[in-house]
Design a protein. Structure first.
Length: 355
């Protein structure tokens, strides 16, 4: 009797593992440390009380897309919403990727690009960054040409390094390859000068991913969206689940966008804290390298990070501790910017552990 029903590409896949957030201070997932304000939670509660939960949600998230259109300056029919950017990436594979197609991205970057691509049956290639961990644009273009890449993922600001891709580099990739370029701007509110959503009205081979999880502090409601040329977005609607975004998520997202000025004031606070963390970490002798960042996290290297990581965990603080093949002689931390008092606690332990 047959017992092995799993697709080979899934069997060999390493699952994306998340550490349970059972810690006092959580700075490992690039979340906004500030919860949804109480007055907006009350507004959401009233909206829920007036919502018919026995009826399916608006399948096209019409009101939400209209509010997003006003926010990003793009027509509503150029927007599709999903359960976080993860569902959008799944839609991209289902819409545009055939088994055997090649998908590439720069390394290091968000591992889900590879995972979703492999699940879609694609051949995935990481293109190593330069020594300064800035994407090697020339190598990305050459690899795309050599492998006839169907899709290219670019993350700006990049997770985990924080680097920001300027317009001219993105345009070079758009114009010099035959690939569909997916520009992930999940963290763009932390550096609005890098926002390139307007290019979807100039180029027919680009889709921009955005989210309410980071700057808006709504990771818990799972709301992402894609902006692109209408013909591409229309194709994605053919694979979208009929009622993929529930009523409660749509209600919370609408309230957040209508009060965006209030919510996005927190970005200014987090950017100031990012600068303070960055400048302080630079003075620690145990930090061998720290990378410029345009996001709500800081990526830095240490010679031996294990003692510092253990000390942080013992203090109930969770940060991202990782290691990449690019620098085998170093350990890496990605530190999410928290509230001032949370950052003070982290700095105190790192100063002691890395000295």
């Amino acid at each position: 009797m047959k017992t092995d029903f799993t697709r080979p590409c899934v069997k060999d896949l390493e699952a994306y593992k998340v550490i349970p957030p059972d810690y006092d201070i959580i700075l490992n997932a690039n979340e906004n440390p500030y919860d949804f304000p109480e007055n907006l939670k009350k507004e959401l509660g009233d909206a829920i009380m007036n919502t018919s939960l026995n009826r399916y949600p608006d399948p096209s998230a019409t009101a939400l897309r209209q509010e997003l259109a006003d926010y990003v300056g793009i027509n509503a029919d150029q927007i599709i919403c999903g359960c976080g950017s993860d569902e959008i990436m799944s839609m991209l594979n289902q819409t545009f990727i055939n088994p055997g197609d090649t998908v590439i991205s720069h390394d290091p970057s968000f591992s889900m690009y590879q995972i979703w691509s492999i699940i879609g049956g694609a051949n995935f290639i990481w293109v190593p960054d330069k020594d300064d961990l800035y994407p090697d644009v020339e190598k990305i273009i050459n690899t795309a040409k050599l492998k006839d890449a169907k899709m290219i993922y670019l993350c700006s600001p990049n997770n985990p390094t924080g680097s920001l891709l300027p317009r001219h580099d993105v345009i070079d990739i758009l114009e010099e390859t035959n690939a569909l370029v997916i520009l992930d701007e999940a963290y763009i509110e932390f550096n609005k000068e890098g926002d390139l959503t307007d290019i979807v009205n100039t180029y027919n081979n680009v889709i921009v991913l955005r989210t309410l999880s980071k700057a808006f502090g709504l990771a818990g409601i799972r709301c992402g969206y894609a902006v692109g040329p209408k013909p591409l977005i229309d194709m994605m609607y053919k694979v979208k689940s009929p009622y993929n975004l529930n009523k409660l998520t749509q209600a919370a997202a609408l309230i957040a966008l209508k009060h965006r000025d209030e919510l996005l004031k927190r970005v200014e606070v987090l950017n100031r804290e990012r600068h303070r963390l960055y400048e302080t970490l630079k003075t620690y002798p145990g930090v061998t390298r720290i990378y410029p960042t345009a996001s709500n996290f800081i990526y830095f290297e240490v010679k031996d990070g294990a003692p510092a990581y253990a000390a942080l965990l013992d203090a109930g603080i969770l940060v991202k501790y990782l290691k990449h093949d690019l620098s085998d002689d170093c350990d890496h931390f990605r530190l999410t910017v928290g509230k001032p008092e949370e950052n003070d606690a982290v700095l105190k332990i790192l100063k002691r552990s890395l000295s």
